[in-house]
Design a binder for this molecule. Sequence first.
Ligand code: SF4
Length: 337
Amino acid sequence: MKVCLVLTHQCNLGCSYCYAGEKFKSSMSWEIGLRSLRLAFSRPGPVEVSFFGGEPMIAFDSLARLTRVASTWASRAGREIRFSMTTNATILKDKHLRFLRHYNFFVGVSVDGVEEVQDTQRPFLSGRGSGQLVWRNLEAFCHQLEDFRVLMVIRPGTLESLPQAVERMYRMGVSKVSLLPDTEADWSNSRALLTRVYQQLARVCFLSMLTDEPMWISPFVEQHPAQLAGSEGSGGCGFGADELAVSPAGHFYPCARLVGPDRRTEVRIGSLADGLDWERIAQLQLQADEKMNSCGTGGCKCLALMPGDQQAQLANVAMFTEITGEACQNALEMVAA
Ligand code: SF4
C-alpha cells in the first residue's frame, strides 16, 4: 500500500499558485507518523512511503526517523519498500543527499523554469527569488542521485522559455521531467503558443528516445509506442483503495494534493482515529468519474475534486489532452520520416 505522509503545512516558499493553501506551523506528530507507517504495512504486497508538505525538508528530522523505522520494519518482515518525496529544492545539504541515496529515495524536484521564471513563480516568503539556489541544488541532484524527476508547473507566463529550461536540464543530466499544467490559470489566449511549445517538446522527447540518453518528458513519453506497448494504461492514483495521504492531524485524503490546509471535510476519506470511510471513497470515485466522463478527460480522479472552479479546470484538462495528442502524433510522424 502507498501512504503519503504530509509532514507539515509549513513552507519557505510562496508560490503564486500554491495548492497547499494557507501555510501554518503545524507538523505531524511522532505518534501520527508511526500510525501512518503501520497503515502502510497493514496490507500485503509492496509498501510505498512518500513524504509531502508544505515543504517536507523543513521536517527532515522527522522524515529521517520515520524512514529508518519503516526500513527496519520492512527488513524484519522481508517486505519490499520504496521511499519517495517531493521537495522544492531549497533545503539541501550533503547529509540530506547522503540520506536520500542510502534509502534509495525517488525524489520529485519542483522547478518551474529558468531562474527568472522560478524567481517570479516560486519566490521565498520574503519575496526574494529562489531561482539561483534551486538550479544549483538541481545540479547537485544530478550528480548525487541516480533517479529523480523534475516537476514543472506550467502556466501561460512560463511557456515561452519552457523549451530553454528543459534543454538546460537535459544538458545538466536530468532525464525525467513532468509538465504539470496549472489548470486554474486562464489559458484562453495561450492556445497557439502552447501548441507550438508542446510540439517542440514532444519532438525532443521522441527524438531522444532514439538515443542512449532519453529524455522522458511526461505527458509525451506515455504516448511513445515503446511505452504504450508495455503499459496497462494509467488510471492516476490509487484513490483511497491502495493509496492515500495522511494530513499532519491524521485525516485521510485520496491524494496529497487534496490535503491543502486540511479543512475540506467533503474530500476526506477517514482518519487514523476512525479508519477508512469506504462509503465516502465510493461516493467520491463516482462523483469524479461522472465529472470526468462528461468532459472527456482521463487521468487522475483527484482533478475532479480540486478546490475552485472545477468546470473550468476540467475544460483546461480536456484542452491539454487534445494538444498533447496532436503534439505526439506530429512527433511520431517526424521521427518516422
Ligand atoms: S513549494 Fe509547494 S507548498 Fe511551498 S508554496 Fe510552493 S507549491 Fe506551495
